[in-house]
Every structure is written in structure tokens, then in C-alpha cells.
Ligand binder design. Structure first.
Ligand code: BYC
Length: 287
């Protein structure tokens, strides 16, 4: 395998794994506050699914010749990135719905193409992940649908969550193709099968229709169907905000990384105990 191809895959797959694990934090914060036992059980299962996604992806990454410890050290030292979206706070229950609908929706749009990515272990992990993400997206939409039919306060909460998550969701697809440093090479290698702007446009087209079912509005007064292009036109993303968050200065970057480092440090004894147990079983078998 050419070294540059291997390194690009390590970069993308490990950053994807980190995103899944850091992505558990904003939603995990609502497990104790979910409005019913049923909602709590669904949310616990969803957050657990994200942990599973992270683990498949760390395993896929290990097949490229890097250890899990190395990839996690890169996250903790700030060398490796994770998705910008998880540096925003979850302020109300409606945010859990908006994350499911918009964040998981954007994730699926990007990840369906990755089921055909050229590196087999990554592609195979994505098949299962996409199935689970589709369920996540529907449960998020259903949370918003219930709120959209509720009391005035619930409707307002639903609109407010959509207002706050819409633009950061569009940022998930990365910079414009003209600014994307990795796209050209990744498209040639068929690691990426569609560009950042193509996927973002598909996502806007999908959400512009779905929001009508909710009876809500997307916070963009430039959003308009363009008959010639057969796509929705939409307003410009605040790229200063995007790069600021990517560089570590978003509303929750510090909190998220601190939480991950704390979990890693506090889990050290578990990793040691598991390794000692494996060693003991190995020795017992050999004896
Ligand atoms: N946030 O050249 P570009 C989820 C970086 S988790 C932060 O276009 P590329 C979920 C980019 O890394 C969703 N950084 O990059 C979990 C690059 O910097 P480096 C995560 C970003 O790789 C829990 C630089 O900007 N999904 O589904 O060709 C709950 C230039 O960009 C972002 C994945 O990771 C960003 N948004 O394209 C719910 C999917 N965007 O690395 C949901 C796999 C760009 O050169 N990844 N950057 O230092 C990909 O498909 C691609 O890596 C991207 C970016 C489309 C994200």
C-alpha cells in the first residue's frame, strides 16, 4: 500500500473515530434529563451505538499500522481533529431532536458514499454504521415532530434548536471544494466519492423539504428553489466561525477534550486489569 494513501486513511478514519466518541458527550449530557423513561432508554441506546461506531473505526484504523494508543494520544495532544459540530452545547431537549435530524442526517449523507470508499475495512465498518445512523436520524426527527405539534413553548423550543444547529450542520461537510486541501487527492484515490460541496447541496435539498413537515423554518432567508439548477440556493456559511471552532476556540472545545482526557486517565486501571486478565488466561492455556 502506498505510504501516502495509508497516511491519508489514518488521518480520516482516526478523526472519524474521534468524532464518534466525542459525539457521545453532548447527547450523553441529556440522558439524566430525558423527558420520559422511553426517551431515556432510546437515548442511552443511541449514545451506546456511537461508542460502537468509534470502536469499529479505531479497529479499522489499527489495520493501517497505527496503535489505538497513538491515535488517542493524537486526539489528546490536539494533533488530530474531530468534527466541529460537537463543540456546540446542547441547551434544551429539542437539541437532542435537532442533533438526530440534522447532525446524524449530515453524517449519513457523507457516510453513505463512504460505504464505497476504496479501503475495505473502512467501507465495511460504514455499512453497519449507516444502518444505525438512519435509525438515529428518524428518532431525532420524531422528537422534533412531537415538539412541533405541542404547546407554544415546545414549538418555540423546536424552532430555536433548528436555528442553532442548522449552520453548524452545514459546516460538518468541511470547507468549500476550492479550499479543501485533501479533496482532490482523496477523490483520485476514491477515498472520497463525492466532494464537500456536492454533499452539502444534497443535504440542503433534503432538509429544505423535510422542514416543511415540521412546519418550522430553516434560518436562511436566501434559501430558495432554483428551477434551472434543480437545487435549492442557500446563504453563505460563516467560515470564520468554522475555522475558529476547528482551531480549538469553539464554545465547548476545552470542555470536550478535558472530558476525554479525564475518561482516559480514570480508565487506566481498567485497561491494565483487562491486559493482566488476558495474560493470565494465555499462561493458563499454555500450562
Ligand atoms: N470539523 O481538505 P478537507 C458522526 C478539516 S461523526 C473539523 O476538506 P477532508 C456522529 C479536515 O480534517 C461525523 N475539521 O478535509 C457521531 C482538514 O484538516 P486536516 C464525522 C474539519 O478530510 C456522534 C481541513 O479541515 N464524520 O457521524 O478531505 C453522534 C480541510 O478539509 C471539518 C466523519 O468524520 C469539520 N467539520 O474532508 C452523531 C466522516 N471539515 O485533517 C453523529 C469522515 C474539514 O488535513 N470524514 N475539516 O488537518 C470525511 O468524510 C472527511 O474527512 C470530511 C473532510 C468531509 C469531514
Amino acid at each position: 500500500m502506498p505510504d501516502a494513501y495509508r497516511k491519508t486513511n489514518i488521518r480520516q478514519v482516526s478523526q472519524h473515530a474521534h468524532s464518534e466518541i466525542v459525539g457521545m458527550l453532548p447527547e450523553g449530557a441529556w440522558i439524566s434529563r430525558a423527558p420520559s423513561l422511553k426517551r431515556k432508554a432510546i437515548l442511552i441506546a443511541k449514545v451506546q451505538d456511537e461508542a460502537g461506531h468509534g470502536l469499529y473505526l479505531y479497529s479499522a484504523c489499527e489495520t493501517l499500522g497505527i496503535t489505538r494508543e497513538e491515535t488517542i494520544n493524537d486526539l489528546h495532544s490536539g494533533k488530530a481533529k474531530y468534527s466541529s459540530i460537537f463543540n456546540y452545547p446542547t441547551k434544551t431537549w429539542a437539541d437532542i431532536g435537532a442533533i438526530g435530524w440534522l447532525v446524524d442526517g449530515a453524517a449519513i449523507m457523507n457516510q453513505v458514499m463512504l460505504t464505497r470508499t476504496s479501503y475495505g475495512p473502512y467501507a465495511r465498518a460504514m455499512v453497519r454504521i449507516c444502518k444505525e445512523e438512519s435509525f438515529h436520524q428518524r428518532q431525532g426527527f420524531e422528537i422534533l415532530l412531537v415538539l412541533s405539534k405541542g404547546a407554544d413553548e415546545q414549538k418555540a423550543m423546536c424552532q430555536d434548536a433548528i436555528d442553532r444547529w442548522w449552520w453548524p450542520s452545514l459546516m460538518m461537510f468541511g470547507p468549500h471544494d476550492s479550499e479543501s486541501t485533501n479533496s482532490e487527492q482523496s477523490m483520485k484515490w476514491k477515498i472520497k466519492r463525492k466532494t464537500n460541496d456536492e454533499l452539502r447541496q444534497n443535504f440542503v435539498d433534503m432538509c429544505a423539504e423535510q422542514v416543511k413537515v415540521l412546519g418550522m423554518k430553516l434560518p436562511d432567508n436566501k434559501l430558495k428553489w432554483n428551477e434551472e439548477r434543480m437545487h435549492y440556493d442557500f446563504g453563505e456559511i460563516n467560515w470564520d466561525e468554522f475555522w475558529n471552532v476547528v482551531k480549538g476556540n469553539g464554545p465547548c472545545n476545552k470542555e470536550r477534550l478535558d472530558a476525554r482526557k479525564k475518561a482516559w486517565d480514570e480508565g487506566e486501571w481498567v485497561r491494565e486489569a483487562a491486559a493482566a486478565h488476558t495474560e493470565k488466561r494465555k499462561n493458563r492455556k499454555a500450562a
